[in-house]
Design a protein around this ligand. Structure first.
Ligand code: ASP
Length: 292
């Protein structure tokens, strides 16, 4: 089995979400077993952070950003889901938005944004994107289940960059994999604390989610879909002739990430390394390219 991970830029709008659904479907049609981790729609996490901070600053304009967040998700549903299924799906989305709105109202009234509350606010990004992607897959005829990672990935309460409890998490993932119908579409980045509050795995943490899923399920490969053709020899904005490297060691990938190349979120390497699972970086806009 393989793990596929799609980052925010790969799911930034309805066309891209539809492209991602087609990529997932092509694996299923080729007889592959896959589980998917997905990020929030591109920019959604930044917007959620801004909303929280604006509300905590006593500025009611957070409501405008929240409206923009809601509209964006509703529009994606309107574009991608058949009209007769709209009410049920929009209902779920609206319920989430009411919860988010209550939470932000609390922050606004108390002028207080704790790390715990911020993680709760951030959870709405991946909860929305994964839910929508699962519905889009079902619509195009590929069975899929929306999986809220808060139910499976367990961490300590270091909100903002929580530490994963490996054994419990791996056991939960194995159970989830056995029980899920169709392709599990898992919220990247999210987990939950022993008290049951949402936690997050650090910015860029959806890569890490993919690696945790891969290690728990002993995947043959973890494929991280991004918006470039793999790990390039240089920053393509500065060096025109930059080209993708075909392979590199885990140590090299780790070193590059630490020196600022946005290859992969560094903690991602560890679960894959422990189980000796290759990580492939591919381009969701050019899925035929080999990647790194
Ligand atoms: N959405 C989260 C972030 O922007 C996690 C991720 O995309 O990997 O950091």
């Amino acid at each position: 089995m393989k793990i596929l991970k799609f980052g925010g830029s790969s799911v930034a709008n309805h066309e891209r979400i539809s492209n991602v659904a087609n990529i997932i479907q092509s694996y299923v049609k080729a007889g592959e077993k896959v589980a998917v981790a997905v990020s929030a729609l591109g920019g959604a996490t930044d917007l959620l952070i801004r909303m929280g901070k604006t509300a905590a600053g006593g500025d009611s304009s957070y409501k405008l950003s929240q409206e923009a967040f809601s509209t964006r998700h509703r529009e994606v549903v309107n574009q991608l889901i058949d009209y007769d299924k709209h009410p049920a799906i929009l209902n779920e989305i609206v319920e989430g938005q009411i919860e988010l709105s209550n939470l932000l109202q609390g922050v606004y009234l108390t002028r207080e944004l704790t790390a715990r509350t911020l993680d709760y606010i951030l959870s709405f990004g991946e909860r929305s994107s994964a839910f929508i992607l699962a519905q889009v897959l079902k619509q195009i005829g590929t069975e899929a289940s929306y999986i809220d990672a808060r139910k499976v990935i367990k961490t300590n309460d270091s909100y903002g960059r929580a530490k994963v409890f490996k054994e419990e998490t791996y056991a939960n993932i194995q159970k989830m994999w056995k029980e899920a119908t169709g392709v599990p579409i898992v919220t990247g980045f999210l987990a939950s604390s022993p008290q049951g509050f949402p936690t997050t795995l650090g910015r860029g943490g959806s890569d890490y989610t993919a690696s945790i899923l891969g290690a728990a399920l002993e995947a043959e490969e973890i494929i991280i879909y991004t918006d470039v053709n793999g790990v390039l020899t240089a920053d393509p904005r500065k060096v025109k002739k930059a080209f993708p490297v075909s392979t590199m060691t885990y140590a090299e990938a780790m070193e590059m990430s630490h020196f600022g190349a946005r290859v992969i979120y560094p903690p991602t390497i560890v679960p894959a390394l422990e189980k000796n699972i290759p990580i492939r970086i591919k381009n969701s806009f050019e899925p035929e390219a080999e990647g790194t």
